[in-house]
Ligand binder design. Structure first.
Ligand SMILES: Cc1cc2nc3c(=O)[nH]c(=O)nc-3n(C[C@H](O)[C@H](O)[C@H](O)COP(=O)(O)O)c2cc1C
Length: 177
């Protein structure tokens, strides 16, 4: 069984998980920008990881455009955001990024990443400010923040790293099955 792990990572959290997963599964590992969908044919299992940016999975277009090449293969996708893991976050991210039809073709996981404002570019910094303003205005209006929003605000204050190797266990087990 040949396994490929590919990832799109802006500040390193998704890459860390990709490295742990590839090591555990003795899989080939490539950043998505050095991959073309034509290489999928050489593998039985494809694992894709991307960071969450305003709810969207970074680079997920590569998988969404390749379902015909992925036919008959095991496809696993993980997203990493700053929000703590919860069933709600997992379902929301999956439903926002994949249609019901696409969800039947993938195994989806949410692995909590981290947040490092010192490593993000100008555009993401700007987006982050907008996101923070939106959450803070909700707070000012007395609207209760949910778990992801509180988590995001706390994570914005200083670099935080929530990656843990044990988080990959379920994903690795699914890949081995
Ligand atoms: C502009 C911006 C938007 C983000 N949006 C979300 C989000 O919607 N949900 C979330 O949980 N984390 C969000 N994050 C945090 C990132 O998903 C988190 O830092 C992730 O671990 C990044 O992984 P990477 O550095 O490997 O790309 C956002 C970060 C930035 C900079």
């Amino acid at each position: 069984m040949k396994t490929l792990v590919i990832y799109s990572s802006k500040t390193g959290f998704v890459r860390k998980y990709a490295e742990w997963i590839a090591e555990e599964l003795r899989a080939d590992l490539f950043p998505a920008d050095r991959t073309h969908k034509s290489i999928f044919r050489s593998y039985d299992t494809i694992i894709y990881g991307g960071g969450l940016y305003a709810g969207g999975i970074n680079g997920i277009g590569l998988i969404k455009k390749s379902f015909s090449e992925l036919e008959g293969k095991k496809v696993i996708v993980y997203a990493s955001g700053a929000s703590p893991w919860s069933e709600k976050v997992l379902n929301e991210v999956r439903d926002k990024n994949f249609t019901a039809e696409e969800q039947k073709k993938i195994n989806f996981f949410y692995l909590r990443g981290g947040f490092d404002l010192t490593k993000i570019g100008f555009f993401d910094r700007f987006l982050m400010k907008l996101l923070k303003m939106k959450i803070m205005s909700k707070k000012k209006k007395g609207i209760r923040l949910d778990g992801d929003e509180t988590g995001m605000i706390n994570a914005m204050e200083k670099p935080v790293n929530f990656t843990k190797k044990e988080n990959i266990k379920e994903l690795v087990d699914r890949a081995k099955k």
